[in-house]
Design a binder for this molecule. Structure first.
Ligand code: AGP
Length: 602
C-alpha cells in the first residue's frame, strides 16, 4: 500500500502535492519523493523514511513549477533506499512515474527489457514500467502508456509524466484507487479523496483500465478494453446433431447443473463456496430481507428461490417482476439486498430495476449466465450459472442453472444463520446427485413425445402445483405457450376451486405436479376435484408411486429427491412436452413468433 499525489494547473504544484502526501501519510513511510515540472524542466527530490525527511530536503531547494507528481512508499519490492524511492525514471530521463500497486510479472518484463539494453537503477517492480513505456514512446505519452500497460499483470494507480511531452500527467488505474479532483483552475490527482478535499469539490473516480490524460487545459479519459478470452467452443453455436437448439439445450440440462455445482459444493462442511460473493460475505451475514427481481422464466426460478430462502435460510424474501418493481415504490433499507436473476444479463426491465436500486445504495447481487453481460458489470457481486450459451429463445437449461444456484445460495445464507451442519450436508450431498437424476428423466424423452401425440388436439391446458412446484406449474405453462402457441395457464393447486375449476371438462387437460412431498395429499384432493369434472389429467409423480396410476390418465415419473430440490426434476418433462408439442404443430421452436431471446427494450 503506497499513495500517490499529483497536480497540474495554474497554481504552485509542490505545496499541493506535499499536502496530498501528508494527508495520505497512512499509506506508507519507507520513502517518499516528488518531481516538479516547470515547462519541460523537471526536478526530482527523493528521501528515505518519513515524509518529514523529504520536507527537510526540500527546505533548501526551490522547486517552482505548476505541475508534478509525488509518492509515499510502503516497500514491496526492494529495500528501503533512496534508489528504490519513487518517482522512478527510464534510461533517458524522459519518462518518470509514481506507482501504487504491484507489477506481478515484473521479473519477466525486466529480463526482456535488459536484453533490449535497458539499464535499471533500482530493485523495484515499478521501475520496469518506466522502461516499458520508454520502449513504446514515440512522442505521445498516453499512447506509449496504453501499449505498455497491456503487457502488465498486477495492480496499479499510476501517475506518469514525460520530459519530451511536458505539462501532461497520464493517470492509469487497475484495482488500486485513483481519482482526479477538479475545480475550474486545475487538477489534483490522488489515491484518496482526503488529499484533494482542500482544493477541489468535484472528483472523478477512475475505474479499472481507465487511462486519463490531464493537461493544463483538458482532461481526457480513455477506457482500455482488455480482450477477454472467449471461453466458447464453436460447437455450441452448432446444433450438435440435434434438430433444434431447444432439444440440444434440454439434453444439456444435467451438464448445466454439473457446471453450476462444480467446485462449489463442500459436502463435509455441509456448505457451499460461492467465490463471486466473497467481497460481500460479511454484508450478507447482516442482511435481514431479500427481494428477487426477474422476468419470464427467470422470475419463476426466483419464486422457487423465495420458498427456499425463507424455509432454509430464514430470510424474509419477496419476488417481483422487473416491469412492475420498476414503477412501484418498493420499501428498501440497508438491511435489504436485491438479487437480480437473468439468463442474458441484458433484459431491459431487470437492468432498469438494478440501476434504480443501485442509486439507492442498496446491496445488489446478480445470478447470470452470460459472462460479462451488463448485469454482471452493474451488480455489487454475483454468481454465474455456467449453463453455457443458450441459443433457443426458450430458457431451458438456464432455468436448471438458476435453480441450482438459488439452492446453493440458500445453503450459503442458511449456514451463515441457523442452518445446521446436518441439514447443510443433507442438501449439499443430495444436490451433488441431481445431475444423474436429471439424466434419468431425459431417458423418458420418447415417452413424453408420445404423450404430446395423445394430447396434440387439445387447445387449453392447466398446469397445477403446490409450494415449491407452484412456480414450476407457471414455467410449464409459459413454455407450452411460447413454443406451441396453445393456451396454457399455471396456478397453485389450491386456487382451482376458487374459480378456474369452472373451465374444467373432458376437453381441458390438467398437468399436475404431485411428487411425494409435504403437500402430496393436498395435490391429490385437487386431482380428485378435476377428475370429478371429467378433466383429463397428466401427473408428474415420484417413482414408486404406483397408486396414482389408478387415478390419473397419464403419469410421468421423476426420481425421488428432497422436496426442496424436486422442481429441478419436475420441470424437465415440461420443457420436453412443450418442445415436442411445438415440433408436432410444425412451429420454429428455436425462434418462436413475436419473441426474442434477450428482451433489451422495456
Ligand atoms: C423464457 O423462455 C423466455 N425466453 C423469457 O421469458 C425469458 O425468461 C425472459 O425474457 C427473461 O430473460 P433473462 O433471463 O435473459 O432476463
Amino acid at each position: 500500500m503506497c499513495r500517490v499525489s499529483g497536480y497540474i494547473g495554474k497554481g504552485d504544484a509542490l505545496p499541493i502535492i506535499m499536502e496530498g502526501l501528508r494527508r495520505q501519510g497512512y499509506g506508507g513511510y519507507d520513502s517518499s519523493g516528488v518531481l516538479i515540472g516547470n515547462g519541460a524542466d523537471l526536478t526530482c527530490v527523493r528521501a528515505v523514511g518519513k515524509l518529514e525527511n523529504l520536507e527537510k530536503k526540500l527546505e533548501n531547494q526551490t522547486l517552482k513549477g505548476n505541475w508534478g507528481i509525488g509518492q509515499i512508499r510502503w516497500a514491496t519490492h526492494g529495500g528501503v533506499t533512496e534508489a528504490n524511492a519513487h518517482p522512478h525514471r527510464d534510461c533517458k530521463g524522459n519518462i518518470f512515474l509514481v506507482h501504487n500497486g504491484i507489477v506481478e510479472n515484473y521479473q519477466e518484463l525486466k529480463e526482456k527489457l535488459i536484453k533490449k539494453g535497458h539499464k535499471f537503477t533500482s530493485e523495484t517492480d515499478t521501475e520496469v514500467l518506466c522502461h516499458l513505456i520508454e520502449s513504446f514512446f514515440q512522442g505521445n505519452l498516453e499512447e506509449a502508456t496504453r501499449k505498455a500497460l497491456r503487457l502488465v499483470k498486477g495492480t496499479y494507480g499510476l501517475l506518469i509524466i514525460s520530459k519530451q511531452d511536458p505539462e501532461k500527467i497520464v493517470a492509469a488505474r487497475l484495482s488500486s484507487p485513483l481519482l482526479i479532483g477538479t475545480n475550474d483552475q486545475d487538477y489534483i490527482i490522488a489515491s484518496d479523496p482526503i488529499a484533494v478535499a482542500p482544493y477541489a469539490r468535484k472528483i472523478i473516480q477512475l475505474d479499472d483500465y481507465e487511462i486519463a490524460t490531464i493537461t493544463l487545459k483538458d482532461l481526457f479519459i480513455l477506457k482500455e478494453k482488455i480482450p477477454q478470452v472467449l471461453e466458447l467452443d464453436l460447437g455450441v453455436a452448432e446444433k450438435g446433431g440435434y434438430p433444434h437448439f431447444m432439444l440440444k439445450e434440454i439434453m444439456e440440462g444435467p451438464e448445466a447443473i454439473e457446471n453450476a455445482i462444480k467446485g462449489r459444493l463442500m459436502i463435509d462442511d455441509g456448505s457451499v463456496k460461492l467465490g463471486g460473493l466473497d467481497n460481500v460475505q460479511n454484508k450478507l451475514r447482516e442482511i435481514k430481507r431479500l427481494i428477487l427481481v426477474a422476468c419470464g422464466t427467470s422470475n419463476f426460478a426466483a419464486r422457487i428461490g423465495k420458498y427456499m430462502l425463507e424455509e432454509y435460510a430464514g430470510i424474509p424474501t419477496e419476488v417481483d417482476i422487473g416491469s412492475e418493481f420498476r414503477y412501484r415504490k418498493p420499501i428498501l433499507d440497508k438491511n435489504t439486498a436485491v438479487i437480480f436473476i437473468s439468463q442474458s444479463g441484458e433484459t431491459a426491465d431487470t437492468l432498469a430495476c438494478l440501476k434504480e436500486v443501485k442509486n439507492k445504495g442498496i446491496l445488489t447481487l446478480g445470478i447470470t449466465n452470460v459472462v460479462g453481460s451488463s448485469q454482471t458489470r452493474e451488480t455489487d457481486a454475483g454468481i454465474y450459472t455456467r449453463s453455457g450459451p443458450e441459443i433457443g429463445v426458450a430458457s431451458t437449461k438456464s432455468f436448471l442453472g438458476q435453480f441450482t444456484v438459488l439452492a446453493m445460495l440458500m445453503v450459503y445464507l442458511g449456514r451463515q444463520r441457523e442452518m445446521s451442519l446436518v441439514t447443510g450436508k443433507r442438501i449439499v450431498s443430495e444436490l451433488s446427485k441431481i445431475p444423474d437424476l436429471a439424466k434419468k428423466i431425459l431417458s423418458l424423452t420418447q415417452k413424453i413425445e408420445k404423450l404430446t401425440e395423445k394430447y396434440k388436439d387439445f387447445q387449453n391446458f392447466w398446469f397445477i402445483g403446490r409450494k415449491y412446484n407452484f412456480p414450476v406449474a407457471l414455467e410449464g405453462a409459459l413454455k407450452l405457450k411460447e413454443i406451441s402457441y396453445l393456451h396454457a395457464e399455471g396456478m397453485a393447486g389450491g386456487e382451482l376451486k376458487h374459480g378456474p375449476l369452472a373451465l374444467i371438462n373432458e376437453n381441458f387437460p390438467t398437468i399436475a405436479i404431485c411428487p411425494s412431498d409435504s403437500v402430496y395429499e393436498k395435490m391429490m384432493s385437487n386431482i380428485e376435484e378435476i377428475k370429478a369434472r371429467g378433466g383429463p389429467i397428466i401427473a408428474v409423480a415420484t417413482e414408486g408411486n404406483e397408486k396414482i396410476k389408478e387415478i390419473v390418465d397419464d403419469v410421468i415419473y421423476i426420481p425421488k429427491t428432497l422436496e426442496v430440490l424436486t422442481p429441478i426434476l419436475s420441470v424437465i418433462p415440461f420443457h420436453l412436452f412443450a418442445y415436442y408439442m411445438g415440433v408436432l404443430r410444425g412451429y420454429d421452436v428455436d425462434k418462436p413468433r413475436n419473441l426474442a431471446k434477450s428482451v433489451t427494450v422495456e
